[in-house]
Design a protein around this ligand. Structure first.
Ligand SMILES: Cc1cc2nc3c(=O)[nH]c(=O)nc-3n(C[C@H](O)[C@H](O)[C@H](O)COP(=O)(O)OP(=O)(O)OC[C@H]3O[C@@H](n4cnc5c(N)ncnc54)[C@H](O)[C@@H]3O)c2cc1C
Length: 407
């Protein structure tokens, strides 16, 4: 049995970047062990609906995107920030551009699969060994790890000088990130926050009539608020409730509100760019005798599904009164009964608590074992911040390994 110098467990973006950085730094004997038949499955899934590698906003605006973890993320982002990520893609032959939303995408002709293929070829050229269908089972002794070769069903252990675990969060289990690694962490007494869905849809109990009539329909350029947190963008009404970037961005606030044991209240602003007095004036000027859909379309350019949505959530008396209607159009209350199931979520909150690792992302309880990516307890909104967080922690863990190896 040949023992790798560094074992990287998990072939997602965090693990693969850690492997690349170590190999580029001259470390020989870097081996990646991935449980699935191919690496980067969630990375490829991320590419299905608009692949945001990172975000074009100024570097100083990044750390607050990691919420309560912004302090921890400062050094990670300073070490490998959004510009480094774009340069990394360019070095693999993948040019990127900043879209109108600020999100950074690979150019149209570069599919995520091209990027992954170029990346894996580069890793192979660097001498990184990739062992697919190799599942990490747990720790052994001071430095060892136990693995199962799922081709042969044989279990074995290796004794690397350092290990990087990048096992992912707990959504989209079919991509390999099923969160099952937490059992071994619990066994060792390493504290993990429970996984919760992040960046996911919110459930609203619509009437049967509403579900049938509206189905899936977008509400463009709206404002959405939960408590004091406000977002803007396009929301999609679905048969289960709401989804879309503004909803995803509010999941931490919605989750916190739901934890109090009652439904979470969202407020929808269907005319966020119109001052309330101007909105009221337009409604008051509308000719008498017009139907609600006519008034909304002709005075405010609000077509379907807005009238049906208003009828679903307000009383006929409220809708007939211009003052009440004006208020509803900018503060339409929506009662959210829950978040969508964990497995559907784009990302997960929860994971290994930051107090379990030192500033180099090394486990206090297992010197020489470093963590990276979504398995750590952080969350961030969509818009490129998730992958950026995984890449930044992957690069930072690799730096920690280099120091550990005395390089
Ligand atoms: C639908 C969808 C769209 C997304 N879109 C975007 C986007 O546009 N922009 C963005 O920034 N982010 C996006 N994300 C999020 C992003 O893909 C993830 O945050 C990122 O892939 C997490 O990287 P990771 O390396 O931490 O973990 P993962 O990518 O989850 O990789 C972990 C790897 O570890 C392996 N593994 C797990 N357990 C074991 C074990 N016991 N032994 C061996 N291997 C194991 C898994 O098989 C997996 O390959 C999206 C996610 C989804 C689901």
């Amino acid at each position: 049995m040949q023992h790798p110098t560094v074992a990287i467990i998990g072939g997602g973006p965090a693990g693969l970047l850690a492997a690349q950085r170590l190999a580029e730094a001259g470390v020989t004997g870097v081996a990646v062990y991935e449980a699935q038949a191919t690496p980067g499955r969630k990375f490829l899934v991320a590419g299905h609906g608009g692949f945001n590698l990172t975000n074009g906003e100024p570097a100083a605006a990044f750390p607050p995107r990691y919420g309560a973890r912004h302090g921890e993320f400062n050094p990670f982002l300073a070490h490998f920030g959004p510009d480094d990520l774009r340069r990394w893609a360019a070095d693999l032959g993948i040019a990127t551009y900043v879209g109108s939303s600020g999100r950074v995408f690979p150019l149209e002709e570069h599919k995520p699969a091209h990027l992954l293929r170029a990346w894996l070829q580069h890793l192979a050229a660097l001498g990184v060994q990739l062992h697919t269908r190799h599942r990490w089972l747990g720790f052994e002794g001071e430095r060892g790890i136990r693995l199962r070769n799922e081709h042969t069903n044989q279990e074995f252990s290796v004794q690397p000088q350092a290990t990087v675990l990048a096992l992912g969060g707990a959504s989209w289990a079919k991509t390999g990130s099923d969160g099952s690694w937490t059992a071994e962490f619990q066994r060792l007494g390493i504290e993990c926050a429970r996984f919760e869905p992040a960046n996911c849809g919110a459930e609203v109990t619509w009437s049967g009539f509403f579900r049938e009539k509206v189905g899936r329909a977008p509400l463009k350029n709206i404002g959405l608020r939960c408590g004091t947190v406000e977002t803007r963008g396009e929301v999609l009404l679905t048969d289960y409730g709401l989804e879309g970037t503004p909803v995803y961005a509010l999941t931490p606030a919605v989750r916190a509100a739901l934890q109090t044991g009652s439904p979470a209240l969202l407020h929808l602003n269907l005319k966020p760019d119109l001052a309330p007095p101007a909105l009221l004036a337009r409604l008051q000027q509308a000719r008498a005798g017009r139907s609600l859909p006519e008034v909304l379309r002709q005075t405010l350019n609000l077509g379907p599904p807005v009238p049906t949505l208003l009828r679903e959530l307000a009383t006929p008396a409220q809708l007939q009164n211009p003052v009440e209607l004006a208020k509803l159009l900018q503060h339409l209350p929506l009662s959210v009964t829950g978040l969508r199931p964990l497995d559907e979520a784009i990302s997960t909150a929860g994971g290994v608590l930051f107090r379990e690792v030192n500033p180099h992302l090394m486990l206090h309880r297992r010197p020489g074992t470093f963590l990276a990516g979504e398995m750590l307890d952080w969350e961030a909104p969509t818009g490129g911040y998730l992958l950026q967080g995984c890449f930044s922690t992957g690069a930072w863990a690799a730096r920690g390994v280099q120091q550990w190896l005395g390089l």
